[in-house]
Design a protein around this ligand. Structure first.
Ligand code: ADE
Length: 247
């Protein structure tokens, strides 16, 4: 979907881990109501004047797809934003940079020779584009946030690669770069969320802060960034995004 963002019903906000949305959940406050479905808590409330449902997917594509399907079936959500951290694949990316996805691909989906590598069987595509209007607004808000709090961190927009593997070996990272040279970063949920949103006809966008460079230091860098920075970035950018959404 492209064009202006229509006035909104409810925004779904998803993240994989508690650290990625801790501040947003806190800001929803005690007035939020929580429904537990399929081992997930869906927090329904208001953030910066906008009705929102906030939920944790947990890690991985199956967990993310299941949470997204429940979010779209059980709540009156008319657009979805996923926020979290990612490993940098492109050599230009540094820890603390922000990536707004223009499209998402499952780097570990390979039904060849029946279908081309990365293509989602029977959907005839390997890439799920993010909604241009949502991604454009996220990009603007991330730029404003980084200009004030980024300390020189850069903002990028491009392809995000998703798969069920935490990437921390140089060899595998190199294989990914060769297979998907335009991929900026790697994570474990985004393309699953984007595929489910595509199948339900709901616009979505993905925001990722680079926590590590998908190398041998990734496990330590990831844990430190998650604990100390991830939630501040998510909340700082989404606060601006929510305030800028049409009422
Ligand atoms: N999320 C954050 N860092 C990651 C990495 N190195 N691999 C996969 N997902 C990630």
């Amino acid at each position: 979907m492209t064009g202006a963002i229509p006035s909104m019903a409810t925004l779904g906000i998803l993240a994989a881990l508690p650290d990625e949305i801790r501040d947003l959940l806190y800001e929803m406050g005690p007035a939020a109501s929580t429904r537990r479905i399929g081992m997930r808590d869906y927090h329904h409330g208001v953030l910066y004047g906008r009705p929102c449902v906030l939920a944790l997917t947990r890690i991985g594509k199956v967990a993310a797809a299941a949470t997204t399907a429940t979010l779209l079936r059980e709540f009156d959500v008319d657009r979805v934003v996923f926020t979290g951290v990612a490993g940098g694949l492109d050599a230009r990316l540094r820890v603390g940079d922000v990536v707004v996805g223009s499209a998402l691909v499952q780097h570990d989906l390979d039904a060849s020779p029946l279908f081309p590598r990365h293509e989602v069987p029977l959907l005839q595509t390997s890439r799920f584009p993010a909604d241009e209007a949502l991604a454009g607004l996220l990009h603007r808000c991330a730029g404003e946030f980084l200009a004030q709090h980024g300390g020189g961190a850069a903002l990028h927009r491009g392809l995000i690669a998703t798969g069920d593997r935490f990437v921390h070996e140089a060899g595998f990272a190199r294989e990914l770069r060769e297979a998907l040279p335009e991929a900026l970063c790697v994570e474990m949920e985004g393309a699953a969320v984007a595929q489910v949103c595509h199948e339900f006809g709901v616009p979505c966008a993905v925001l990722r802060t680079i926590s590590d460079c998908a190398d041998q230091d990734a496990p330590v860098d990831f844990a430190t960034f998650l604990r100390e920075v991830a939630s501040v970035y998510s909340a700082g950018i989404l606060r601006r995004f929510l305030a800028a959404l049409p009422a």
